[in-house]
Design a protein around this ligand. Structure first.
Ligand SMILES: [Zn+2]
Length: 590
């Protein structure tokens, strides 16, 4: 992405967001903005706005928003670089050749290219070992026992890492510097500093990135060697948390089916794909990451999770499910009978049986309700226990409507008629609102005009922006405000000398704050002056002093009853502070 940074920037500066979005949405001029019907949710009156100066869009209905690239990524369901290319194309901007990269960018790019080549070479080496060596023959026997024939080996480009010690290294060294092999994570050094192969006596599963390039390897021990599974370490081309195994082969069918099956390991993904269900990916780890969910939700939001349901994996499964729910995914859970993993199940029961269970996979909360039933529902106490088990999951659903829908469904299924339990459920459904702020429309009702105005000023290219940021930071005036997080990231970006751009800071914010930021960015305002900034700051200073005064007053009351000498001294100090704050506040109101 580094080489894209400067390039994307240049494209963004030259592109006109109104023109690009206008090809997808009918936009009409409306004051300083353009508005139209939102392409991301269905509506009859326009709540989708495009800001031609700030070069951002925002939907006041569903909260979608960002810059021109984000829009194209979401509409075309493509990655960042594709979006840059699309925008450049639409605006007739010629993409520069690689020689225009800075020397450092070029070095990094060359290094990545070399790493990709080296991985291809290594994959071919592993494949040859599996195919045509005596050791490979034993490995093929092992795979055959697990139902993987020559066809499967070829299709998933499986390989074998021999036990020798440095066979791969010796092979790669004929073409690449030893340092690069180490950088790729394919060689380690022993205590004497002698390099040796990372993968030895293991079945090798090449791990590809989204565009199908091998960027890492997973190795399964052939014997009882530990660990059973060993992966490549992170490298300049492999960030574990942002790769999903098999996505490169699955993405088209995921898009077509508008659903993805999520399994845990390579063997599971391979088994499911071989059962004729190609829209399967593996997280290759115990828990799904945020980045993986974002990656996957570019293709679909309907996910069927088929993790190994053993108790050890349960916590990880629940974490993964929570991340999916928080990204508004429609989650179903497939728990295979007998606690089998997909690979074992398909081998013993067959593809048809798996398909059938897959089709009947219950929605996540129905699955949870099923588990809650195990607490028994004979009396109010058991029902309460079942509900206490379910409540935390309900609270994680970001959408309030959905949450209350689920609460009534739970009440029904658990046959909860007791008013007390009903009330507890109702409260749990309502609770999330304050807990994690993701109310849809009208975000930021609590943000005062002064703080909103300060956010705007920090988003503008005025000449006092840095001074303003410094003043807020020096006195920590943003703490406790509705816009605390927003101001926080703006102050950081200000201090770092970054240009005023909502889309630069937006990724650092949670959904609620991101929406609020965009809403504020769209509020129209006259050109700001330092005098106006100063008057907004005064509102914040006043608020801070008032809060401190209240805190001091509470401490005074707490101390007043005591007779100890220490407390008497503290009381005097508090009284003095109170007086000082009173004076300060009085001077402010002038
Ligand atoms: Zn919308």
């Amino acid at each position: 992405m580094a080489e894209a940074g400067s390039l994307a920037d240049r494209v963004k500066q030259q592109a006109d967001i109104v023109r690009v979005l206008g090809e997808y949405v009918r936009l009409r001029k409306n004051g300083q903005n353009f508005t139209g019907l939102c392409p991301f949710h269905s509506e009859k009156t326009p709540s989708f706005a495009v800001h031609p100066v700030k070069q951002i869009y925002h939907c006041f209905g569903c909260g979608a928003g960002g810059d021109v690239f984000k829009f194209v990524m979401e509409m075309d369901k493509c990655d960042f670089m594709e979006a840059v290319r699309t925008v450049a194309d639409k605006c007739g901007i010629a993409l520069p050749k690689s020689r225009e990269l800075s020397p450092e960018e070029r070095r990094e790019q060359q290094q990545r290219t070399a790493l990709v080549e080296l991985h291809r070479e290594a994959a071919a080496f592993f494949a040859r070992q599996l195919e045509s060596t005596p050791e490979g023959k034993a490995a093929r026997g092992y795979l055959a026992d697990r139902g993987l024939d020559a066809e499967a080996i070829a299709r998933f480009e499986l390989g074998y890492a021999p036990s020798g010690g440095d066979a791969l290294l010796r092979h790669l060294k004929t073409k690449y510097p030893e340092k690069l092999v180490e950088l790729a994570g394919l060689a380690s050094r022993d205590a004497n500093g002698r390099p040796y192969d990372r993968f030895r006596r293991r079945i090798i599963f090449p791990i590809s990135n989204e565009s199908g390039k091998v960027v890492a390897f997973g190795g399964r021990a052939l014997g009882d060697d530990l660990p059973k599974y060993l992966n490549s370490p992170e490298t300049p081309i492999y960030v574990k948390s942002s790769v999903l195994y098999h996505l490169d082969r699955a993405k088209e069918s995921i898009r077509a089916a508008d659903a993805a099956i999520l399994v845990e390991g390579y063997m599971d993904a391979i088994a499911v794909a071989r059962a004729g269900i190609s829209n399967v990916v593996a997280s290759c780890g115990t828990s799904l990451t945020e980045t993986q969910v974002k990656l996957l939700s570019r293709f679909t939001r309907r996910i069927i999770v088929n993790y190994d349901p053993d108790t050890a994996g349960q916590a990880a499964t629940e974490r993964s499910l929570a991340i999916l729910l928080e990204h508004n995914c429609d989650v179903r859970v497939l728990a295979l009978p007998g606690g089998k993993d997909p690979d074992t199940f398909i081998r013993s029961e067959g593809a048809a049986a798996y398909r059938k269970l897959l089709e009947g996979a219950p929605a996540y909360l129905d699955y949870l309700i099923g588990r809650a039933r195990q607490f028994g529902l004979a009396n109010a106490e058991q029902k309460l226990r079942a509900m206490n088990f379910l409540m935390p999951f309900v609270r994680r659903i970001p959408n309030a409507l959905l949450r209350s829908e689920w609460a009534s469904r739970m009440a029904q299924q658990l046959r909860v008629d007791e008013p007390v339990l009903r009330e507890a459920l109702r409260r749990a459904a309502a609770e999330r609102r304050s807990e994690i702020k993701t109310q849809p429309a009208l975000a930021g009702r609590g943000a005062t005009p002064a703080e909103r105005r300060l956010v705007q000023m920090l988003l503008e290219g005025n000449d006092f922006r840095e001074r303003l940021g410094e003043e807020i930071r020096a006195h920590q005036l943003h703490l406790g405000l509705e816009t605390e997080k927003i101001l926080g990231v703006l102050l950081e970006s200000c201090a770092a000398g970054a240009p005023p751009d909502a889309t630069i800071v937006a990724p650092k914010l949670e959904e609620y704050d991101r929406r609020l930021l965009f809403e504020i960015a769209f509020e129209s305002a006259a050109e700001a002056s330092w005098e106006e900034a100063e008057s907004c700051l005064e509102v914040l200073r006043r608020r801070k002093s008032e809060e401190e005064l209240a805190a001091v007053q509470r401490q005074i009351e707490a101390c007043a009853g005591s007779r100890s000498g220490e407390d008497a001294e503290e009381l005097r100090a508090l009284q003095a502070r109170k007086l000082e704050l009173r004076r300060r506040l009085a001077s402010m109101s002038q």
